[in-house]
Design a protein around this ligand. Structure first.
Ligand code: ADP
Length: 353
């Protein structure tokens, strides 16, 4: 029973079955025809000739059948064995493992799918390792700051005055923000953030956010212009998540625009979408950085954005949220020092007639 479960013996048995059935059919047919049409005197001679011919044919068929089954078995089993061995190596953590493409179409397709799966696993593993490295790196900066203050206090180099305590509080806040952002990111990436879409007016939301950010704008002497259609611009999305995305985009525009310049927020509608364009006249983004802006922890100038409290995951979260609402975020910039344009696209809400 054990042998019968093996593909190789099944293939060999199938070939041999064909040979046996062929020979038996020939014997029966030859006997029947001979009994009907051969002279009874010549019958024994004819039968002996037929049997000799059948023995030779059966031998030849058996040899060829065996040879072809062995070749076929090798052709099928070798790639399957290779796949099994490679799967075991991948399961053991060797994500660079790939299999060579066999000659037959069907097996080649299996091998290609396997290699694709291995590639995806390798990428996931790479992202996991990078993520751990990035998180460790991000945590190290505020922790080193705190450690420095504590050592200064213990050695008596720093006075225990409100200024030092406030500086330490600043580092703790950075840590807290980073941990909150990370938690948010993991929930967004796992698709655990609930989106509750409604019809709402994007212009009213933009006005509310700008009013909320007014103190920051005044502090940095930044002008804000809002250009919006006369009528309301209805979107069908989650207003709270949209606000979160816009706060990130406008917050970035404020952070990366020098004093006394301006930020323009345009709300536009087309038949299917509502667009919110946040355009600043700030430091701009080099063309080679644009494709990476939405990747986790990516910063064009790490020291600058870290100093201003940026964790480099705001845009990653924003894009996930925009996509979860059926929208998108894009970024563009004419170059360094020439400002940036971020566009949030949301599905358009139905206008009640
Ligand atoms: P951060 O919290 O560091 O700002 P984000 O994910 O929001 O993280 O942004 C990622 C990076 O994109 C920033 O570090 C910055 O280099 C760049 N960036 C984002 N918005 C702007 C902008 N309006 N102008 C220039 N650079 C920007």
């Amino acid at each position: 029973m054990g042998l019968w479960r093996q593909l190789r013996w099944r293939i060999i048995a199938a070939h041999m079955l064909v040979v046996i059935v062929g020979v038996l059919t020939l014997i029966v047919t030859a006997e029947t025809l001979a009994a009907r049409s051969v002279d009874p005197v010549l019958l024994p001679v004819f039968q002996s000739a037929v049997i000799q011919a059948l023995v030779v044919a059966a031998l030849a068929a058996t040899i060829v059948g065996l040879a072809t089954s062995i070749l076929l078995v090798r052709e099928i089993l070798r790639p399957l064995q290779q796949l099994a061995a490679s799967s075991r190596r991948i399961a053991g953590g060797n994500y660079d493992e790939r299999v060579t493409a066999p000659l037959t179409d069907e097996l080649r397709e299996v091998a290609q799918s396997f290699n694709q799966m291995a590639e995806t696993l390798a990428q996931v593993e790479h992202q996991r390792v990078t993520l751990i490295g990035n998180v460790a790196h991000e945590l190290r900066t505020p922790l080193a700051g705190l450690e420095g203050y504590l050592e200064g206090l213990l050695d008596g180099v720093l006075p225990g005055d409100p200024e030092t305590i406030s500086a330490m509080q600043h580092e703790v806040r950075r840590l807290r923000k980073l941990v909150d952002d990370l938690q948010h990111l993991s929930r967004v990436e796992a698709g655990q953030v609930t989106i509750q879409p409604h019809h709402f007016d994007v212009v009213a939301l933009v006005n509310r956010i700008v009013a909320h950010l007014r103190p920051q704008l005044i502090e940095q002497c930044l002008q804000v212009a809002i250009e919006a259609p006369e009528k309301e611009a209805l979107a069908y999305a989650d207003p709270d998540r949209t606000a979160q995305v816009l706060v990130n985009l406008i917050g970035n525009a404020i952070r990366y625009t020098p004093e006394d310049r301006c930020i323009t927020i345009r709300v536009r509608c087309d038949p299917t979408h509502v667009q919110v364009v946040v355009e600043d006249t700030g430091i701009g983004i080099p063309a080679e950085a644009l494709p990476y802006l939405f990747e986790r922890f990516y910063r064009v100038d790490p020291s600058r954005s870290r100093a201003s409290g940026g964790s480099g995951i705001g845009l990653t979260i924003a894009r996930h949220l925009a996509r979860a609402m059926g929208g998108e975020i894009t970024a563009a910039s004419p170059g360094i020092g020439k400002g940036s344009v971020f566009t949030l696209i949301l599905p358009r809400g139905e206008i009640a007639s």
